[in-house]
Design a protein around this ligand. Sequence first.
Ligand SMILES: *Cc1c(COP(=O)(O)O)cnc(C)c1O
Length: 404
Amino acid sequence: MNFKSNKLYIENIEATKLAKKFGTPSYCYSLSKLKKNIQNFKKNFESVNPLICFSVKSNSNLQILKEIKRSGIGADVVSKGELIIALKAGISPKKIVFSGIGKTFDEIKFAIKKNILLINAESESEIREIEKIAKTKKKKINIGLRLNPNIDAKTLKKISTGKDEDKFGVTESVFLKILKKFRDSKYLCIKCLSVHIGSQITDYHPYAKMIDVVQKTIKKSKHKFDFIDLGGGMGIKYNNKTKSLNYKKYNLIIKKFLKKNNVKIIFEPGRSIIADTAVLLTKIIYIKTTRKKNFIILDAAMNDLIRPALYGAIHQIAPLQRNNKIINKMHDFVGPICESTDKFLSLKKYQKLNEKEVLVICDVGAYGMVLASNYNLRAKPSEIMVNKSSVKVILKRQQLNTII
Ligand SMILES: *Cc1c(COP(=O)(O)O)cnc(C)c1O
């Protein structure tokens, strides 16, 4: 995304043209940006040589998953549906890990049938369930066990997952107990220790602490792991105030860890791969002016993009045509849904805007479309992908008659 003589372009295409041709609201992705992000991620951890498993829950568009597959990346899935779509995208089962605290009997059976790399279990009950199924299939299943390292990821509270008050993983003492209990199982082999402490992490210190806890746990367990799955969580720059994660430092910490441990590292990045590859094109329906505020009423709403309403997340909003007429008044960018939380952003000033003008909400590639709903019986938006000077629809706009 860049401005050329004050006009916004997505790669080589003027955003105004995209809005006109495909309508609003529409998620618009840049393929070059996606490729660049994957390249950068690989480069940041080149010396670690990890298995990268894209977190499908951050974006499960089939065409995007096909691009992910083309770049040689695997998948981290959290449901049978995600496992099916990852396989449909052509991702090898040997590059798929299955996370989540509540995998059902049916989901585990399916994962075993598909011979995926690892089922990352999160409780003793789940391990017993896996063992039971493995026994009936007369197979030995490779699993991971998720450790809850009790670390504050210093991110939004609602997307933190590594504290002992969070529902994820097991504490160190339980972890060690489970290892002992299942050491001689005929049907299970605990090959992996996994952790994931949260999302949108921009400070490497929580990661450093996490590796510390992992190292201590390995030492206490005297268990030989083939894989250490460090999860995802790498944050992106949503605005000028957010810090950027220091990948160099994180990479160094892992390199040090690998000197003491002969294991394969797995990463499960979602946001850092896909978040900043997309914008949400949205049209201003009305501008309502009150004494204190200008309400910019958009045709996108919290059903299209729920992150601001759900987590208090901040997404920048950019015009398609820049001007220098600044209006010094509070601007609330809101959707048409009958909820006061249906608000994207409040700004103290903004350039002069007009009704029917199109804007973009930025960095919506992760946890955007996947969280879209039909609330207020609104149809879900379309998804399009730009590749240099060409563009294609990667998901058609939902039609009302399919949901009514
Ligand atoms: C959500 C999730 C991820 C991806 O997190 P990002 O912040 O998008 O990188 C990875 N692993 C697990 C287990 C998750 O639940």
